[in-house]
Design a protein around this ligand. Structure first.
Ligand SMILES: Nc1ncnc2c1ncn2[C@@H]1O[C@H](COP(=O)(O)OP(=O)(O)OP(=O)(O)O)[C@@H](O)[C@H]1O
Length: 222
């Protein structure tokens, strides 16, 4: 899926956070959203993922303008096409690791309604083998991030939105995560990451500098 932002602006709490950002994220590539802390990387990622509305400009999917999508259409996009690995994880702490990956399986109760083989594969890929019956709330921050990635692998989503994928990981896990994201891209998926990590940036096909229009002078002229 080709995901595009065209000249989008977003104000939060009366303050302009994104000012005329345009970016094209192509299938089969990893696009990095880069920039200083507070430049708006996460905000842009959320706009591209249809999690946050834009005040100006357009969001396009495969050339179709989806800026005005209502709740039902956005839900359909999230359910059928997207996976999110975000800083607040979207992890259900009171549920098992397995449930969080499959959104179906309840291995703790002995019932398996998801695809167990796929579940085990997705956990193995992120180094969480053997953790399927644990409560997600007992995982560390970095482990929860890898859990969200397992969910994306299980779902084999068309498009991945990933916020700071390597921020809270040690060197070995960081390499694993970068390789997994590269693998998604190789398989034709669209991967969009916000990152400060130069090693992550090296693995990306395109870098988009967020906040390039955010000089105080330009903000005053809006
Ligand atoms: N819900 C919100 N309420 C108020 N301000 C917000 C909100 N979300 C974002 N902002 C502001 O928008 C600006 C951009 O935030 P954002 O998180 O997108 O930046 P970032 O580039 O991802 O930063 P970092 O690299 O530090 O994670 C910041 O100044 C932030 O305070």
């Amino acid at each position: 899926m080709l995901m595009e932002a065209q000249d989008i602006s977003v104000a939060i709490g009366g303050r302009l956070v994104l000012n005329g950002e345009s970016v094209r994220c192509k299938p089969g590539t990893i696009t990095a959203l880069v920039g200083a802390s507070g430049s708006g990387k996460t905000t842009l990622l959320h706009c591209l993922g249809l999690l946050l509305p834009v005040d100006k400009g357009s969001i396009l999917i495969d050339g179709n303008n989806v800026t005005k999508y209502g709740t039902a259409a956005r839900r359909q996009f999230w359910r059928n096409h997207a996976a999110f690995v975000l800083q607040d994880y979207g992890i259900m702490d009171e549920e098992s690791v397995a449930f969080n990956v499959t959104m179906k399986t309840n291995i703790i109760g002995g019932r398996v309604s998801g695809n167990k083989e796929k579940l085990m594969h997705s956990l193995e890929q992120t180094g969480l083998t053997g953790r399927e019956n644990e409560l997600a709330g007992h995982l560390s921050g970095g482990e929860k991030q890898r859990l969200a990635l397992s969910r994306a692998i299980y779902k084999d989503a068309d498009i991945l939105f990933v916020d700071e994928p390597t921020a809270s990981l040690d060197e070995a896990n960081r390499r694993t995560v970068i390789e997994l994201l590269a693998d998604f891209a190789v398989r034709g998926r669209t991967v969009i990451v916000s990152t400060h990590d130069s090693e992550m940036m090296e693995a990306c096909d395109a870098l988009h500098q967020v906040g390039a229009n955010n000089s105080p002078q330009k903000l005053r002229n809006i």
